[in-house]
Design a protein around this ligand. Structure first.
Ligand code: RFL
Ligand code: PHB
Length: 391
């Protein structure tokens, strides 16, 4: 088999890239190690920046998001027992975010890909990117007990944090930067109405909590938990009881509980790989960088990476101009590091750190007080939360 761009990984990065390339007239094949149902079963992000919404439109995968997604004009910060609204819309000259689950984004992209008849190989084993330091890269994989080779011009490594692409690069050619946080997030999804019409980010003595949502009847909640916690040890009842303790009296009163549809623990990590290009291999999304979820940036960075990458390939094939692909890594990393900074800052601001002393706690309280009472402070949070413009 031969294609122009071989994409490894059918998460949001790989699927969106495939669709943007197709629309630019560039042939592509996706190789994914899991089944489509497995990919759709992962409950992850929920907040889309305008940049991501625009890319989904460009990909022709925005119809259901426009109909069912929830545009949000603000978020609430809860600390010291009181909620304070950050007016995202008013502080950013009219920008907002779209609450629409990653599962739905993935499903929409899979559907448009299938409707166009584009090839995705699911349940591929032993996937290997080879020869990307030369002119004829190949993706080798096994399917139904047979070895296959996909010849291509370029390989896009969209295979997430644990993928094979970053791991295949000679270790003396990469630099990595990492910060691991001493806690994780326990998430719960339920068919219950959200506690509030906007997201609530809560900083409390018992730790962080987040009240998010997927629709008017489906909620997503998170609790900061120590890394030693196991999801099996958290009954639904224990989750709801702990969440109640981290809410303000009005929210506690309004909280509707119910059986969980999904419950999982995710560790929090900041991670960046430099560069993001190695010869004819380009990393995008979680394959290249991870952010803690507090800033809602992971999925959005994956989208902006593939936005840049699809434009670079389009320029290469249309104008025979290599400037786009040559500048890809630097262009992405400028945006990535700003999102890393914001995600780290939001995480530091909102969580309880086990080693924090009295001084640290007082500074955290002062910073929250400053953010909500200073227009400059709120504006800085708001412009990062809605997403910085593409450069
Ligand atoms: P994905 O979604 O991980 O997709 C990568 C795909 O590659 C496949 N794959 C391979 N395929 C072939 N060969 C191999 N060797 C392969 N190895 C892996 C995988 O099966 C998968 O289908 O990466 P992508 O596309 O870059 O998308 C990134 C986003 O998924 C990610 O940034 C966000 O979901 C991060 N994230 C969150 N972001 C938010 O903004 N808000 C959140 O609440 C939020 N929660 C989360 C998260 C990430 C989590 N992870 C990574 C465990 C919660 C969790 C649990
Ligand atoms: C979610 O809805 O899953 C979500 C929303 C905002 C975040 C993180 C996760 O910051």
């Amino acid at each position: 088999m031969r294609t122009q761009v071989a994409i490894i990984g059918a998460g949001p990065a790989g699927l969106l890239l495939g669709q943007l390339l197709y629309r630019a007239g560039i042939d592509n094949v996706i190789i994914e190690q899991r089944s489509a149902d497995y990919v759709l079963g992962r409950i992850r992000a929920g907040v889309l920046e305008q940049v991501t919404v625009d890319l989904l439109e460009q990909a022709g995968a925005d119809a259901r998001m426009r109909a069912e997604g929830l545009p949000h004009d603000g978020i609430e910060l809860l600390f010291g027992g009181q909620r304070h609204r950050i007016d995202l819309h008013g502080l950013t000259g009219g920008k907002r975010v779209m609450v629409y689950g990653q599962t739905e984004v993935t499903r929409d992209l899979m559907e448009v890909r299938a409707a166009e008849g584009l090839t995705t190989v699911y349940e591929a084993a032993n996937v290997q990117p080879v020869g990307f330091d030369g002119d004829s890269p190949v993706v080798r994989y096994e399917k139904d007990g047979q070895v296959h080779e996909l010849q291509c011009d370029f390989i896009a490594g969209c295979d997430g944090f644990h993928g094979i692409c970053r791991a295949s690069v000679p270790q003396d050619k990469v630099r990595t930067f990492e910060k691991v946080y001493p806690f994780g997030w326990l998430g719960l999804l339920s068919d219950t109405p959200p506690v509030s019409h906007e997201l609530i980010y809560a900083q409390t003595e018992r730790g962080f909590a987040l009240c998010s949502q997927r629709s008017a009847t489906r909620s997503r909640y998170y609790l900061q938990v120590p890394l030693t916690e196991k999801v099996e040890d958290w009954s639904d009842e224990a989750f709801w009881n702990e969440l109640r303790l981290r809410l303000d009296p009005e929210a506690r009163e309004r909280l509707v509980t119910g059986p969980s549809l999904e419950k999982s623990i995710a560790p929090l990590r900041s991670f960046v790989t430099e560069p993001m290009r190695f010869g004819r291999l380009f990393l995008a999304g979680d394959a290249a960088h991870i952010v803690p979820p507090t800033g809602a940036k992971g999925l959005n960075l994956a989208a902006s990476d593939v936005g840049y990458l699809s434009s670079a390939f389009a320029q290469y094939y249309r104008d025979k101009a290599p400037e786009g692909i040559d500048g890809y890594s630097e262009q992405c990393l400028r945006r990535v590091w700003k999102a890393e900074r914001f995600s780290w800052w939001m995480t530091s601001l909102m969580h309880r750190f086990p080693d924090a002393g009295g001084f640290d706690t007082k500074v955290q309280e002062a910073e929250l007080d400053y953010i909500v009472n200073s227009r400059a402070g709120s504006t800085s949070l708001a412009e990062n939360y809605v997403g910085l413009p593409l450069v």
